[in-house]
Structure formats: C-alpha cells, structure tokens
Design a protein around this ligand. Structure first.
Ligand code: LLP
Length: 423
C-alpha cells in the first residue's frame, strides 16, 4: 500500500491528496493508483521471469476500461469469463492471442463470439462444454484451442465461497473423467486440446495449494503426452494473495520459487491469471461520514458508501483496513482495537440491512460528521461486484497517475438507475 500514504494535507494516492479528489468528484468514489497496479504487474513478471509467463490479468477483479487499457499497454493479456468481459477486453484493444476464456457456463453465443475473436484458449470445465465448443467451432469452420481445467481436490484454505479446487466444487474436471474426456476429444474434429488449467481458489496465501495441485497435474500431463496429446500450455490460474491488514501472505518470489520449477519441468508455456494481486491494493473506496450515532452500547460511523459499493465485508466477512484521510492518531493505532486513543466504532453504510458494514469494532480517531475515510484494498472485487441495491447510483472511479488524476467512470445518475425500464 506504499502508493497510499500520509503527506501534508492528509492521506494521498501517489502525489494527489484524497481530500482534493473528494472535493472535486464527491463521495463515495473509488480511487486507483496507476503506479501501484503497474508495479504489481512488474513485480510478478520479475519474480516469474525465468518461466517467461503469459500474464492474463483476471478482468473480473476490476474491469474498468482505463485500468485494463493501462495493463494491456504494459503487456498484460486477459483472463475472461463472459461475453461481457470479452467485449471489454476487445474494446481496449487486447490482442485475442493473449485472452483465455474460463468459466463453467459459457453459452453458445458467447463461444461463437470468442471463436470469432480468435481467443488463445478456452478453459473447458465439462464434457458437455467441450461438445458445445466443438459444435460451434465446427459450424464456423474453425478449430478451437482448449485447455482442460482439472479439479485436483486441493483445499486452498480460502473462504468456502471462493474455494474452487475441491471435489465438491462445480469447477474443473476430476482426473479420471478428464481421462475419459481426452478419449471423447479424439472424436471431435473442431477442438485442439492444447493444455491444462488449474485455479484453486482465491486468495491463496501460501504456496502449498499450488504445489499440491501441480504435483497432481504434472504426472497427468505426462500421461496425456504418452497418449499422443500435444500439451503446450500449463495455466496455474490466479489466487495470489495480498495483505488486507489482518493477514500475512507470501510474496511473488515465494509463489515463483514454488511454481516456476514445476512449470519448466512440464515443458509447457506458463499462463497465470492474477486479478487481486494486481489491482487489490491499488484501490481505495473513499467515503465520508454522514452521521455519527451512539447507542447505549455502541458507536456507529454511518458513511455514504455502502454494501452495494463494496460487498466483501458483508459477503465474506472480509477485513478491510480503514484509515481517516485526516489523521490524529499514529497510523498503526487504527488497526488495533486494543490500542489507545480515539474510539471504537462500527463503520457502516446507509443500506437497510445489518450486513451493511465495512468494519466492526474498529479503532478510529474521534470522528466528525463530514470526515473522509479510506477503505483500503478495495481495488479488486469492489466496483465489479457493486450493485444498485436500494436504488443507489454506483460511485465514480478516479485514476491517479503521479500528480494527475482523472475520472475514468462517472458517477451514475438517477436516470442511469432506470435506463432500460418501462412502466
Ligand atoms: N482465474 C480464475 C479461473 C478465477 O476464477 C479467478 C477468480 C481468477 C483467475 C483470479 O483470482 P485472483 O487472482 O483475483 O484471486 N469475489 C471474491 C474473489 C472471487 C474470485 C473468483 N475467481 C473476493 O472478493 O475475494
């Protein structure tokens, strides 16, 4: 989070004060640091340099066109999961030869568009999906390159909603079924089995799940090769964790030390699909305190951002560091309920659910109404999971680049809320 720091005038993103951004565009708003996400991309690339991977940024983490365009300029490819994400990737001029298409439920129109665009690979999750891709490709007179997503039954130790590599999950293909599927694929003319894919869950803070997954995948690749499959790609998915303030995680060097030797051993081109690692800590949600409310037992800071803007705390109980833009406590005190000074508050939004909170029992300085708070680690799965719940227009998004900033998505209006409706 080095690109967000206190300077004269309070909390800043790169060289721009967040107070200035809030006065210019209002709150709530998402603020992203371009240097922060570009430096994450570089860090990952450097760590994995020996394997020269194709880094496909997982667009679902944050699909802002301006952010994707900046990542494309920096050489990233894209991991997509829908026709809408394909549309976004093509819109910013992504090279289709750097796009991998994942997801368990690709529809025929989506498959057709992706084939038309000539994406690099479809990550296939079932025999029926393979048949559908073959059907569409054959109708179009093309051959679809596919990778089978395997389910290695490995526990990635994430929240149960975001674990994807266990046998009870809907994702991937179990190994013996994958063996059968390879047999089926021999009879399908319009698919080319070019590789294998794993994505175990998110966020994964240790290397063990990757080692366990690859430990099962590598012998399978050898077996497939001995059965005549020309395996060229190994996709190790995403899931690389970031620090949220309540956790520890290994860094890119450790992930690379575990994954690179195995990827090299496989003799395949390495593909990886980081989302959160690139953009998670490059964004904050800026909100202002509308009301302070005290009950006989608690203090609430009721903010103008809500669960519809950032649903992670409500959905996963996830921790997000919250710092005031103007400070009166030492920074470390804010994450320590057992510390001293200020007050303990629940930071909540105005939505009509008790699940509408950003933090419970958090130490903050004594706040005044109108104070600005920055909810950290909001760059990934913030705006993309946002909704209009309670008919709340979604916030605007601002991109900081050095001393400059610009609105990369305007705040929604009430008219936006009813666009497409009839009565
Ligand atoms: N590849 C595949 C096939 C995926 O399904 C995902 C994420 C990624 C890559 C990127 O994972 P990442 O590197 O960003 O961890 N909404 C949840 C996270 C859901 C992740 C879904 N799939 C959250 O807010 O934590």
């Amino acid at each position: 989070m080095e690109f967000f720091e206190y300077r004269e005038g309070g909390l800043s993103a790169e060289e721009v004060s967040l107070s200035e951004v809030a006065s210019a565009v209002g709150t709530p708003c998402y603020v992203y640091s371009k240097r922060a996400f570009l430096s994450q991309l570089s860090a990952l690339r450097e760590a994995f340099a020996e394997a020269d991977p194709l880094v496909c940024y997982s667009l679902k983490a944050n699909s802002s066109l301006a952010i994707c365009a900046a990542l494309r300029e920096a050489g990233a490819g894209f991991d997509i999961v829908s026709g809408g994400e394909l549309f976004r990737a093509l819109k910013i001029g992504a090279d289709p030869a750097t796009i991998g298409y994942a997801g368990v439920g690709k529809t025929e129109p989506e498959i057709e568009r992706a084939l038309d665009a000539e994406v690099l690979l479809f990550n296939v999750e079932s025999v029926n999906e393979a048949r559908a891709i073959n059907h569409v490709a054959s109708r179009m007179g093309v051959v679809a390159r596919i990778a089978l997503r395997l389910n290695p039954d490995v526990d990635a130790n994430t929240h149960s909603y975001t674990t994807t590599g266990k046998k009870e999950n809907k994702f991937g293909i179990e190994f013996s079924q994958a063996r059968e599927l390879i047999g089926v694929l021999r009879g399908l003319d319009a698919v080319d089995l070019a590789g294998f894919h794993l994505h175990l869950g998110s966020p994964i803070s240790t290397v063990e799940p990757y080692l366990a997954g690859l430990g099962k995948l590598l012998p399978f690749i050898e077996e497939a090769r001995s059965n005549g499959v020309d395996v060229r790609y190994i996709n190790v998915g995403g899931g690389y964790a970031i620090e949220y303030g309540d956790n520890t995680t290994v860094g890119p060097a450790e992930y690379a030390a575990a994954i690179v030797p195995l990827a090299k051993k496989s003799g395949c081109k390495l593909i990886m699909e980081p989302g959160r690692f690139i953009i998670g800590n490059a964004g904050v949600l800026l909100t202002s305190v509308t009301y302070l409310k005290r009950t006989p037992t608690k203090a609430f800071a009721i903010c103008d951002a809500a669960m519809n803007d950032l649903i992670r705390p409500a959905l996963y109980g996830s921790y997000h560091r919250i710092w005031p833009v103007k400070t009166s406590l030492p920074v470390d005190a804010y994450d320590d309920p057992g510390g001293e000074g200020g007050q303990i508050v629940d930071v909540v939004g105005p939505v009509c659910e008790s699940g509408d909170f950003f933090a419970k029992g958090r130490r903050l300085p004594d706040l005044s109404e109108g104070d600005l708070l920055a909810v950290f680690s909001a760059g990934a799965y913030g705006m993309t999971m946002g909704s209009n719940y309670n008919s709340r227009p979604r916030p605007c998004e601002v991109l900081i680049d050095g001393a400059e900033y610009r609105v990369i998505r305007r705040r929604e209006t009430y008219d936006d809320l009813i666009r497409g409706e009839v009565f």
